[in-house]
Design a protein around this ligand. Structure first.
Ligand SMILES: NC(=O)c1ccc[n+]([C@@H]2O[C@H](COP(=O)([O-])OP(=O)(O)OC[C@H]3O[C@@H](n4cnc5c(N)ncnc54)[C@H](OP(=O)(O)O)[C@@H]3O)[C@@H](O)[C@H]2O)c1
Length: 135
């Protein structure tokens, strides 16, 4: 069934079934340490924060998209990726998701990251540039 918002925002949710061949860059997908509020309004039981970037990465990877997750701390990024890969594996899918270091506080570094991605990738379909939480 097509969403009533389809004509305004395009396809969404269950309408998007296959993103194989697409490439996305998502910032802030790592599992943070702060006991912040989950996007759905709940706290995670182990107080590990799962933010919007993680949910976007998870959704895209499960749809077959090649996801490049970018944040500062490698261990937290890799942990999020492992979790997403495990979930995809349970569904019989192989997640195409990788980590790259990015600090959105440095325009110089951000430019370097994007330049390297442009050299390596032949396409980039989606960029989800979530700003860090400054609350
Ligand atoms: N969560 C909510 O309920 C909610 C509601 C409305 C709006 N928002 C807004 O949505 C945005 C995302 O919020 P969030 O709660 O999902 O996550 P968040 O707690 O702001 O950020 C967590 C993620 O951002 C990364 N990050 C933090 N600083 C970074 C930097 N300088 N460069 C690159 N990555 C950085 C963290 O990894 P590293 O520390 O490893 O870099 C982690 O992956 C924020 O602007 C927030 O205000 C959130």
């Amino acid at each position: 069934m097509q969403s009533i918002l389809h004509s305004i925002i395009g396809p969404a949710g269950p309408e998007i079934a296959d993103l194989n061949g697409k490439v996305a860059l998502v910032t802030g997908g790592a599992l943070g340490e702060s006991p912040s509020i989950h996007p759905l309004g709940t706290f995670t039981s182990d107080r590990r924060h799962i933010g919007i970037g993680y949910e976007i990465s998870r959704f895209l990877a499960r749809m077959g998209c090649h996801v490049i997750m970018a944040n500062r701390k490698q261990d937290q990024g890799e942990e999020a990726i492992s979790k997403i890969k495990a979930e995809c594996s349970k569904e019989g899918k192989e997640a195409k998701i990788e980590w790259t270091q990015l600090d959105l506080g440095s325009l110089k570094l951000a430019k370097e990251v994007v330049t390297k991605l442009r050299e390596r990738l032949d396409r980039l379909d989606l960029v989800s540039p979530l700003p860090p939480d400054t609350r």
